[in-house]
Design a protein around this ligand. Structure first.
Ligand code: ADP
Ligand code: ZN
Length: 603
């Protein structure tokens, strides 16, 4: 393992491996196959990059993200690694050059799109070359159940037969047990050693709040906590992403839309700005984000509820890859549930598919309505147990209050029943609160004995009751478009008075935030750092990034800049001891950074 450690220190400038990395790298260097499940930011790339550098031959990385290949390869060049990619964006002579380099043994890493790999020409090329390993990134793309499915990934199973002597390592951040099984089966990884790292992302603070006035809530969140930060705002529809981006722009933020309806060029341009500039907000549908390895995304906000916990975890997981504190804010309401259920009902999938998806949607809803630690529930969903509540989610920071809603729930259920299970929430609330709307008189509902029995709660409180009854499956929602509520079998004991019900008191975002503040949130940069030096270092990094045509974090991460601020190296040797400074960056950037530090201390 010595040479692996040497590569880590020499090339990447890091001191030591994180615990799972060492074992994974060991396995692959020894020629074994590996299946790696590690959360975003866990450090998956090193798991194949280091063995590719230690073993003879070139490591072939299969990645579905053509748009990102160039950045990945540029980042490796900055480290002095001989890397290249082959995809459809290259001209013919460039392809030839790379093919030659591969066959001459002049490449350490080669990135390939999956559709390219299955071509005869590519296979023949790989047969001629000496290969160190195959790395299959985003391996969950092989799963037909997930929304990232890529048909080309199915063909990757053939690598096993075609290159039996080349070790394979498959990596993903999202895999419930079922997806994991699918990956093993379809990629022929039955012999692979499995490395399943914990899924926890302790630096992400999870907050799920009722949608009251979503724009106002988002604005407050951005203004008070993320004024100059990069982040992602997810919306369900294309139109809403556009509108939200425009509105944020008018509010003084740099916000760009991203969805499948934009031209490829526009999408690419917006993504590139997000990666390359500081403080950009992308307002996106789920089309955005797979493989976005920008480490300093400080927040992910959802203006609509994701369909599944898997999707929620994956999307929020794009925040805080650098390990520094980050926020995940979800605003949700009953309308979201109705919309998602309707979309599901109208989707072309078969009955079994719909049943599974319905189940997943209910689990997501359950997470929203939770009164205990969010992280505990999230991890439990992925088969992990957290020993104690996390202290870094809204329910931990601001314990949820519950109230005895037995009577209110019974009233709500009988309003549904007495009106014939044909009406939506608003009308039911009108009945309970004795409003005199036309609709009430049209259906003679003022004569019902539930009419006016619910004036002790206001309309919002009733909405909360109905929402939670739906979430707990006492009521179901008619999917024909009008949102009529129906009684479910499970409400019987409650109606008969055999069961009591405690519901959560909805907390608005303000109070959740106030609670968070008492816990002194980690500042963007810590107190012992000179802000003037910090800005100067960031300015130099930005200039170098533009010169080298790479995102700023490819030059150095914030953590490296912070260490420079604190330790203020005085010579190249000391510069090389900073975490994140390998031999290549020491040589390339040492002199300019040292010069800046020297000028600064002379001031
Ligand atoms: P993933 O692909 O799992 O999301 P990355 O491979 O992008 O994660 O790594 C996340 C961050 O952690 C990167 O900035 C990487 O340089 C850093 N990192 C990975 N391994 C180590 C290590 N052993 N020591 C220090 N930093 C590391
Ligand atoms: Zn918690």
């Amino acid at each position: 393992m010595n040479s692996a450690l040497h590569v880590l220190q020499q090339v990447f400038g890091y001191d030591s491996f994180r615990p799972p990395q060492a074992a994974i790298i060991d396995t692959v260097i020894a020629g074994g196959d590996a299946l790696v499940l590690m959360p975003t930011g866990g450090g998956k790339s090193l798991c194949y990059q280091v063995p590719a550098l230690v073993r003879d031959g070139c490591g072939v990385v299969i990645s579905p993200l053509i748009a990102l290949m160039q950045d990945q390869v540029s980042a490796l060049h900055e480290l002095g690694v001989r890397a290249a990619y082959l995809n459809s964006t290259l001209a013919w002579d460039e392809v030839r050059q790379i093919e030659d380099a591969l066959c001459q043994g002049e490449l350490d890493l080669l990135y390939l799109a999956p559709e390219r790999l299955k071509q005869e020409r590519t296979l023949a090329l790989l047969q001629r070359a000496q290969l160190a390993l195959f790395a299959i990134d985003e391996a969950h793309c092989v799963s037909q159940w997930g929304h990232d499915f890529r048909a080309d990934y199915l063909e990757l199973g053939m690598l096993h037969a075609q290159f039996p002597q080349v070790p394979r390592i498959a990596l993903t951040a999202t895999a419930d047990v079922r997806t994991r099984k699918e990956i093993i089966e379809r990629l022929q990884l039955q012999e692979a050693r499995q490395f399943i790292a914990g899924f926890d992302r302790p630096n992400i603070c999870y907050r799920i709040t009722l949608k009251e006035n979503p724009r106002k809530q988002l604005l407050q969140f951005l203004r008070e906590e993320h004024r100059h930060d990069a982040g992602i705002v997810y919306c369900l529809s294309r139109q809403k992403t556009e509108e939200t981006a425009t509105w944020l722009h008018n509010e003084g933020f740099t916000a760009l839309p991203y969805h499948a309806g934009l031209s490829a060029a526009q999408r690419e341009a917006n993504q590139a700005r997000f990666l390359r500039e500081d403080g950009i907000i992308v307002v996106a549908t789920i089309a955005f984000g797979m493989g976005i390895d920008k480490p300093d995304v400080r927040f992910v906000a959802h203006l609509d509820m994701p369909k599944t916990i898997e999707a929620y975890y994956q999307e929020t997981g794009r925040a805080g890859r650098d390990g520094q504190s980050a926020d995940a804010l979800l605003l949700y309401g009953l309308q979201d549930v109705l919309k998602l259920r309707q979309m599901l009902a109208q989707s072309p999938g078969g009955e079994e598919f719909k049943r599974v998806e319905q189940h997943r949607l209910n689990a997501m809803l359950g997470l929203c309505e939770l009164t205990t630690c969010r992280r505990e529930a999230l991890l439990r969903y992925f088969g992990e147990t957290l020993p104690s509540p996390c202290g870094n989610c809204d329910t931990c920071l601001y314990p949820v209050q519950t109230w005895d809603a037995t009577e209110a729930a019974r009233l709500a259920l009988s309003a549904v029943y007495r009106t014939g299970q044909r009406f939506g929430v608003n009308h039911l609330i009108d009945v309970l609160r004795a409003s005199d709307t036309d609709k009430i008189f049209q259906f003679d509902h003022q004569r019902l004995n539930v009419y006016g029995k619910g004036t002790q709660l206001n309309a919002n409180e009733w909405r909360s009751v109905f929402r939670q009854l739906v979430a707990r499956n006492y009521l179901s929602v008619d999917l024909d478009g009008y949102g009529a509520l129906r009684l479910e079998e499970s409400c019987r004991p409650l109606l008969r008075g055999e069961e009591t019900l405690a519901l959560r008191v909805d907390v608005s975002i303000k109070s959740a935030k106030a609670a968070k503040r008492t816990k002194t949130p980690a500042p963007a940069i810590s107190g012992d750092i000179d802000p003037v030096l910090w800005d100067a270092l960031r300015g130099l990094r930005q200039r170098l990034a533009e010169e080298h045509k790479v995102p700023p974090y490819v030059i150095f991460h914030n953590t490296t800049l912070e260490e420079l601020c604190r330790r203020r190296p005085a010579n190249l040797r000391e510069f090389g001891e900073i975490s994140g400074v390998g031999a290549s960056k020491q040589e390339r950037y040492g002199p300019v950074f040292l010069e800046l530090l020297r000028q600064f201390s002379a001031m």
